[in-house]
Design a protein. Structure first.
Lengths: 251, 339
């Protein structure tokens, strides 16, 4: 039942030009940035060879790709998630789901998994770029895998926020704007406290999406970071379920 | 049906409520507030398979709210609703398996093809893989959608979209089908076709139909509920409604009323109903007007006649009388107050 909804969601995405154009434009931008990093690597390669313990191909070319991708996708993910619930409300198709033998939890999880499938497709296409380096060099596979895991968890968190914002309004653009706002806030919540260095700093740092992303893409795997993302996702999914359920109730 | 077994067992404790006819829907003292506005007030009714129930009322009377509550789109503030003995709040999945719903605006995905959309609906309603194609074909055939299966829903005309909406509601062969104003915005030929389809569906399903088009009620429904301001003001079979329209009646009031038998002895009077103290409704043969002889007898016998009103109502008048008397009175009082 959840899979039925997920596949409907992914089908709707690919029926509109939005998904295709997002994939194409992202791939173009990532390709350009990737090429820039590769160029840099080729320039500094002779000097690196002289150093002991020098950063390798993965550190110089692949790791920046994940940083760039995170910032780009912070802009893009709200566009993918904005329609999830708000469109159903705007076009009055919500009643189709609500009067079918399916629970609200299943509706939310089904829609969530639809976007997760899209993320997996997007990451699969993206992974072709670092893998192409294998033609002429060696990669630190542990670090690449950790980077992809980090990006996957980050995008899953973006999706959960976007899904929640989409349950709040019947206007997709408002859903997109507000999820973008919340994501940016969560991204840089620790910036303001960086200078002051008081007790709130550590809390703010812990809340920041960025603080848990950086270690993972530089190959440091801490289970607390993974748990942070999982908790983040579960929180917003539960909020979405409760929000959608509240529509039925007295208000 | 798989569910009939479970259902029979579940019915045992309640069997005193139902006779040998099984109740498909029961709505029991349901109310719904929107904030402080009372949209539906203490509504109760029940119905069986093979019955078409018309839900009639002016705009804002609470028809759509009632339907949304029966379909689980809204939760009632108080009261119970059950479909095939399954409570819509406690057992929503079981209840919704036996439910098909066409809201006022058909819930369609414009960028899906008709076949794709119906396949999605079939899956959503848990039709097993082996039966999906059969279910889609039969729904398409019943709604005359045979030749548009591969067209985009967004490109179809309003009438066809409405039919896709109906197909969506009947695809899983539910016990209860609910149509919210199904003929709005259609041309006369389409309206006739859709009414025909609804009558056909009413033979094996329980159908609830909301409308404010009165002829639609007489031409399709078996029974009518009239709702005004969230309250049930009349429940009547269509024949009863017809009787109210065509058989003439007199409303008479006496200060010293005679007994019913005496009134029945007047020429042409077939039935005497007591409306309230001292006021009676006399149903009479349309060809014979007994008012004159009643007046004469009243004077002779000292019944003290104070009211004599002939009642000849069209369906519109029946409807207006039932739904607007109260509003009218309210308006008059408020107008008086403002003066």
């Amino acid at each position: 039942m959840i899979l039925t909804l997920a596949s409907k969601e992914i089908r709707s995405l690919f029926l509109s030009p939005l998904a295709w154009s997002i994939l194409a434009i992202l791939q173009f931008v990532f390709g350009y940035l990737f090429l820039g990093q590769l160029d840099l690597f080729l320039q500094v390669q002779p000097r690196l060879a002289a150093l002991n313990d020098a950063p390798g191909l993965t550190e110089i070319v692949v790791a920046p790709m994940f940083t760039n991708a995170a910032i780009m996708l912070l802009l893009v993910m709200p566009l993918l998630t904005m329609r999830l619930i708000s469109d159903e409300k705007r076009l009055n198709t919500m009643s189709l789901l609500l009067s079918a033998p399916i629970s609200i939890t299943e509706i939310i999880i089904g829609k969530y998994l639809g976007i997760i499938t899209f993320i997996i497709i997007m990451l699969a296409i993206m992974s072709l770029m670092p893998l192409s380096l294998l033609l002429g060099g060696n990669l630190d596979f542990g670090m690449v895998a950790s980077g992809f895991l980090a990006l996957f968890l980050l995008l899953s968190s973006f999706t959960a926020v976007g899904l929640y914002m989409s349950t709040l309004t019947s206007q997709p653009t408002i859903a997109a704007t507000s999820s973008f706002g919340l994501l940016v806030l969560l991204w840089m919540v620790d910036w303001a406290t960086e200078l002051t260095g008081n007790a709130t700093t550590s809390v703010m740092q812990y809340l920041s999406l960025l603080q848990h992303y950086q270690p993972l893409i530089s190959g440091i795997f801490k289970s607390s970071d993974i748990i942070y993302y999982l908790l983040f996702i579960i929180t917003f999914l539960i909020l979405s379920i409760r929000r959608l359920d509240a529509h039925r109730l007295q208000h | 049906m798989v569910y009939s077994d479970i259902h029979d067992q579940a019915m045992q404790p309640n069997s005193f409520m139902t006779s040998n006819v099984e109740t498909t829907v029961s709505v029991n003292q349901v109310s719904r507030y929107y904030d402080k506005l009372l949209a539906v007030n203490n509504l109760s009714f029940s119905m069986q398979r093979g019955e078409i129930l018309g839900l009639l009322g002016p705009n804002g009377a609470g028809k759509s709210t009632t339907m949304q509550m029966i379909t689980g789109n809204l939760a009632p503030s108080s009261g119970q609703i059950s479909i095939n003995q399954f409570d819509i709040l406690d057992d929503p999945k079981q209840a919704k398996l036996e439910l098909g719903y066409l809201p006022e605006k058909p819930p369609l995905y414009a960028d899906f093809k008709v076949d794709e959309f119906l396949l999605f609906c079939a899956k959503l309603n848990r039709i097993s893989k082996s039966h999906q194609n059969k279910a889609i074909d039969s729904a398409k055939q019943r709604c005359a959608l045979g030749d548009v299966g591969s067209r985009l829903i967004g490109n179809l005309s309003k009438g066809y979209q409405q039919r896709v909406g109906i197909a969506q509601a009947i695809i899983h062969n539910p016990a209860l089908i609910i149509f919210d104003e199904p003929t709005v915005g259609l041309d006369p030929i389409q309206i006739r076709e859709i009414r025909q389809l609804i009558r056909e569906l009413g033979k094996e399903h329980a159908v609830i139909l909301s409308t404010h088009i009165l002829p639609e009620v007489t031409s399709t429904c078996d029974r009518v509920l009239i709702i005004n301001k969230g309250e049930l003001v009349l429940t009547e079979s269509t024949e009863g409604l017809q009787k109210r329209m065509f058989s003439s009646s007199l409303l008479v009031g006496f200060h010293q009323p005679p007994d019913k038998q005496t009134l029945l002895q007047f020429d042409g009077i077939s039935e005497v109903d007591k409306v309230r103290d001292n006021v009676f409704r006399l149903h009479h043969d349309p060809d014979i007007d007994p008012s004159d002889s009643i007046v004469v007898s009243s004077v002779n016998e000292g019944w003290k006649l104070f009211e004599l009103t002939p009642e000849k109502l069209s369906l519109e008048e029946v409807f207006l009388e039932i739904t607007t008397t109260e509003t009218h009175e309210n308006k008059t009082t408020s107008a008086m107050e403002s003066i």
